[in-house]
Design a protein around this ligand. Structure first.
Ligand code: PLP
Length: 369
């Protein structure tokens, strides 16, 4: 059995795979209506929100684009808080639609510093919205979204949050934090295949929507809202993924959200401890390290692409390499969604066997580190 340990798509349990194989139904009929109402309620429970939540057919990036085009106008000043590839992508989308983006970042492997963020808002009074990644999948770092939203509210700024690789795996308190728009994607912690993404829209975001003039059609929240009132989506939805999500949400509530979050916390700790014991180094500052993905620095002289290749060919463990500037410098272990302690035991065991074969003795590495 392949141990798929990339940060999405993640493995799906068998009963979910069976569910997604179901026969098609009329997406304008009563069965779909029941299902979308039930799933939307379930999503609101996970989001911890009374806001509108829409299910979009498209990947997480599509939902990020939807978030931007529904609340902003060309020329709007946006503050981008980016700590990696996905934060940069959010800024690029905003720019592609004509926003004027001011970028703030953090040293690689670190989260956004709240003091620096506050200063950026003081220095940029014309900012309308803050766009930020909750869990930066490229570096394995989690931002303090609660803290960021608090400060943003103080300055009366909209918060648009990419929670693609966190929501459902890490605690996310949409209403308590006052997060205006939050997006997630089905193939990350939700235990279902790629194809759907989700977005929550606060009253404040609806106010922004009413005057936002970025071009939009497929992603229009207004259309999504009026169709959802009838238990439909504006366009043909990925019905199969709805089937899977329906089963998955039921399983998630059976396990309990708190239990899911503590499982992720425990397994992330197991991953980081195992990596350090091997003498390898984490990319992320451990204080803000992600509980859904761990980035590991490549030891000097090791060909990390070969490591990833050999983990798959020799051990059936599929890891992810680095993205962007981290290509060839790190590898990443995904531990979100349907993940058990044993999956990580296997990863660590296989790494322990493979590293010496690639010329790295654990002790030597430890002595260097
Ligand atoms: C996976 C991911 C996305 C979106 O990716 P898609 O491939 O478009 O689904 C966006 N942000 C983060 C943080 C992610 O991990």
């Amino acid at each position: 059995m392949v141990n798929l340990r990339i940060p999405g798509p993640t493995p799906c349990p068998d009963d979910i795979l069976e569910a997604v194989a179901g026969q098609m139904i009329n997406h304008r009929g009563p069965e779909f209506q029941d299902m979308i109402f039930r799933i939307t309620e379930g999503l609101k429970r996970v989001y911890e929100t009374k806001n509108d939540v829409f299910i979009l057919t498209g990947s997480g990036t599509g939902a990020m684009e939807a978030a931007i085009v529904n609340v902003l106008s060309p020329g709007d000043h946006v503050l981008s808080l980016s700590i990696g590839v996905f934060g940069d992508r959010f800024a690029q989308i905003a720019e592609a639609y004509g926003a004027s983006v001011t970028r703030m970042s953090a040293p690689q492997g670190e989260a956004i510093d709240l003091g620096d963020f506050r200063k950026a808002l003081v220095d940029n009074p014309s900012v309308k919205a803050v766009i930020v990644t909750h869990n930066e999948t490229s570096t394995g770092v989690t931002n303090d979204i609660g803290g960021i939203c608090d400060i943003a509210k103080e300055f009366d700024k909209l918060t648009v949050v990419d929670a693609v690789s966190s929501l459902s795996s890490l605690p996310f308190h949409t209403d308590i934090w006052g997060c205006d728009v939050a997006v997630s994607g089905s193939q990350k912690g939700w235990n279902v295949p790629p194809g759907l993404s989700f977005v929550s829209v606060s009253d404040r975001a609806w106010d922004a929507f009413s005057s936002a003039t970025m071009p939009r059609f497929y992603w229009d929240f207004g259309r999504a809202k009026s169709y959802l009132e009838r238990g439909q989506t504006p366009w043909t939805p990925a019905i199969s993924i709805f089937y899977g999500l329906d089963v998955s949400l039921g399983k998630m509530f059976d396990e309990g959200l708190e239990n899911i979050y503590s499982r992720h916390l425990r397994i992330a700790g197991q991953t980081r401890d195992g990596i350090k014991e091997m003498g390898l180094e984490l990319l992320a500052n451990e204080l803000t390290a992600s509980n859904t993905v761990t980035a590991v620095k490549s030891p000097e002289g090791l060909d990390v692409k070969n490591l990833v290749k050999r983990m798959q060919s020799d051990h059936n463990v599929v890891l992810a390499g680095g993205q962007g500037s981290l290509d060839g410098k790190i590898f990443r272990i995904g531990h979100m969604g349907y993940v058990k302690d044993q999956d990580i035991d296997e990863v660590l065991g296989s790494l322990g066997q493979l590293l010496p074969n690639l010329g790295f003795q654990q002790k030597e590495i430890a002595a260097k580190g």
